[in-house]
Design a protein around this ligand. Sequence first.
Ligand code: ATR
Length: 281
Amino acid sequence: MDSLFDFDGPPDRYAVMGNPVSHSKSPQIHQALARQTGQRIVYEAIQVDPGGFSQAVGNFRAAGGKGLNVTVPFKQEAWTYAEERSERAEQAGAVNTLLFLDSGLVRGDNTDGVGMVRDIVLNHGCAISGRRLLILGAGGAVRGVLGPVLAERPARVVIANRTAEKAEILARAFGGNLVMEGCGFDALGDETFDLVINGTAASLHGESLPLPDGILAVHGACYDMMYGLEVNPFLQWGEAQGASRLMDGLGMLVEQAAESFWLWRGVRPDTAPVIASLRGG
Ligand code: ATR
């Protein structure tokens, strides 16, 4: 029973919006982050119909919502919806975190890139700085992480994509930066890389990429932004190439959530136990 002397008020409301969204692990992750840090929040998953994003966000704000995560296919719409954006959201061309500020302003941010970089560098202890990177794919997922990856100052970045032109365009967009280059898979083979990151949707469809042998340097590592797949043809390729490390995107998922949580709550949770509990099943 509510007490007359309950001064705490209702918990702050957050949610993830997407379509589909029922499979999302974000509610579970944010509830774990909140428990760990003693923050009083509720976090739900809201499925939004195509064309209904602005309306759904408006309803959520009117009901007192404090912030949102946004996932496929609404990250570009969230970018447009935001009245001001962080630099990394500007670069990504996509927003995965909305903050409804007390001033009434809607701020957009993107925590995907920093989440991936933290997972690779801090959780896995795999440096990006000074290393030669091959990034596979040239869609929204790759564009979303390029800014924070380049901020680590890798020695060289090659983006390879099934549609070579898209890789070239993306490399140019982040250009003025001589370490960047875009190409098709058939142009690979002449150089080796310390870290290969898969940001294509190929693993999701159980498909392998036409990657030549020998492009992974000795002690080279492989990272797939996807997670939770029973079979991951890209990581199988990495294993066959003798990769020193095979990493999936589960840690990235938790790290991007933790960064959103920090933006909303001003508290930095410890991600390790949350990643461990998700891996444990
Ligand atoms: P996202 O926002 O998840 O990145 P996207 O913009 O549709 O989604 O991009 C998907 C990426 O996966 C693209 O780089 C796509 O290659 P194309 O640009 O040539 O379409 C890549 N992709 C999807 N399925 C693939 C497959 N079977 N083999 C190779 N690349 C694939």
